[in-house]
Design a protein around this ligand. Structure first.
Ligand SMILES: C[S@@+](CC[C@H](N)C(=O)[O-])C[C@H]1O[C@@H](n2cnc3c(N)ncnc32)[C@H](O)[C@@H]1O
Length: 270
């Protein structure tokens, strides 16, 4: 928290990293973030469950990549450190793996540097923007820790729905996956309101209104537009599905009334 205060933020504006932290039960958030999280829980009581299930999906995605021989990871839109961060999951399944964390929020990066980058030989945190993929790839820490001739795992989870079409996130993903060699993997997750627009239009608008007041308005996409992020790649089983259903280890815990609001996939570069 001291780090966040030190960077002179406007804490009256809800921040997407801190709202998510509040949803996950973290402590790195302020009153405006907690109010936004509470409002989201009113609109969608399963929001907290989805946030936790999303972190569990990330764990399963990193594990799959490690099992496929991936030993280096680029996690773009890292978010505030939480339990089971990408390098901890990767090191559990493949000790010594290299991880480069990327976020465009200076406070997130300050926190991440303090808590995640304990071993500069394997982990780095860089402040860059997904919309400038060339800068991420050219960054000296990326070049130091990532060997582009070896399979790379790229994670872009919980981020793409904050980037409007005008900023062309599909191009950014194309540039990043182009840099991967065969055997590289891409993990994405993305909010969709395709069903909610039809079945719960008022709740849907209320949820979007919460993010409209945050530092990054939310732009849900439909399934077809999310699938386009995987162009040129081979989706691993079970394809693009609800985060909770993606390789669920215990299908018994999947709520019967689960809604497909948050889709995820992992795809391999042929
Ligand atoms: C909701 S958090 C997701 C954290 C983590 N990836 C996860 O899925 O658990 C979204 C993060 O993406 C970052 N972010 C948003 N837009 C970004 C951009 N254009 N480039 C880099 N990071 C971005 C935010 O600062 C925030 O830390």
């Amino acid at each position: 928290m001291e780090l966040l205060m030190a960077s002179n933020l406007d804490v009256s504006v809800p921040n997407i990293a801190r709202i998510y932290d509040a949803m996950l039960g973290g402590k790195d958030n302020f009153a405006a973030d907690r109010e936004a999280a509470d409002r989201l829980l009113e609109v969608e009581p399963m929001s907290g469950l989805y946030a936790r299930q999303h972190r569990a999906y990330i764990g399963r995605a990193v594990r799959l990549m490690a099992e496929c021989g991936v030993r280096q990871f680029l996690d773009i839109g890292t978010g505030l450190p939480t339990m089971d961060n990408v390098h901890q999951i990767a090191h559990r399944h493949a000790p010594g793996s290299h991880v480069v964390y990327v976020d465009n929020d200076p406070a997130v990066c300050a926190h991440a540097r303090a808590l995640l980058a304990g071993d500069p030989g394997t982990v780095a945190v860089i402040q860059e923007d997904l919309r400038n993929p060339e800068r991420i790839l050219a960054h000296r820490d990326t070049r130091r820790l990532i060997d582009f001739d070896e399979p790379l795992g790229i994670l872009i989870t919980g981020v793409l729905h904050f980037i409007p079409d005008d900023d062309d996130p599909h191009r950014a993903i194309g540039v990043l996956t182009e840099a991967m060699c065969s055997g590289g993997h891409l993990a994405i997750s993305h909010i969709t309101d395709e069903e909610a627009r039809r079945t719960r239009p008022s709740d849907n608008q209320s949820g979007l209104a919460v993010f409209a007041k945050s530092n990054a308005p939310m732009r849900p996409r439909n399934r077809a537009d999310i699938e386009r992020f995987l162009d040129g790649l081979e989706p691993r089983d079970p394809g693009l599905v609800c985060i909770t259903r993606w390789r669920a280890t215990n299908p018994a815990v999947i709520p019967a009334d689960l809604r497909d609001v948050w889709l995820a996939a992992v795809a391999r570069k042929p």
